[in-house]
Design a protein around this ligand. Sequence first.
Ligand code: NAI
Length: 246
Amino acid sequence: MSDQRIAFITGASRGIGRAIATRLAADGRHAVLCSRSQAPLNDLKSEIEANAGSASVQACDISDSAAFAKAIESAASEHGRLDILVNNAGITRDNLILRMTDEEWDDVISTNLKSVFVACRAAARPMMKGKFGRVVNIASTSGLVGNAGQANYAAAKSALTGFTKSIARELGAKGVTANVVAPGFINTDMTKNLPEQVVEHVKSLCSTKRLGEPEDIAAAVAYVTSDDAGFLTGQTIAVDGGMTMC
Ligand code: NAI
């Protein structure tokens, strides 16, 4: 069995997940790329390999619990190990509470919260067996301080904190850490349609006076998932340019 650490990254086709996969592969991990559609993942795999990295593809819908668990189990059995799990994929279905539909609530809770439970349950066994694991759940500053129009999203992201602390307590003695990284406003498809005045307002709230880039989040994830971060667990790290400082 190779010593190379195997990292499973969801939402790897674009945005923050793509930057995380690229960074972990550049740091010598084997990146297992997961999101709904195969084609962009194949492109990223080729790009990683062209830069002397290694990657494979597991396309699935993470809101389909059976298919998602199977994708993680397949990756672990193919490589004989699973070291790093980055639950990054997420969606928004924004609406004011008076207008929010059951479907908007359920979609966000299923994709942003239940899928994380499904993934961690599937990853726990191979991580415990290997006596090493690094789980990172990507939340949001909306889950830390709330955001009008995002009650569903903030509820799901906030719940990741309690979930992550609980599994950190359960799995810590087996060498498995679990942490949350909570991005602020990051330049991706998710934020590209925000009105200019909202972007300017957000920038003014950040000590850094800029939006984040996907690579800012990837750098934090690279550290939290490194061998060096074995004493860091159960934490929520806001990577938000100083917007919340909470
Ligand atoms: P994005 O919308 O650019 O990319 C989302 C990724 O998740 C895509 O690869 C998409 O295919 C995948 N995905 C979505 N639903 C899926 C499903 N059911 N099954 C499989 N894959 C699915 O999003 P972005 O901006 O890169 O965000 C990544 C994470 O960071 C999300 O969890 C998001 O909530 C969080 N975040 C983003 C912020 C931002 O400003 N962009 C701020 C705070 C948190």
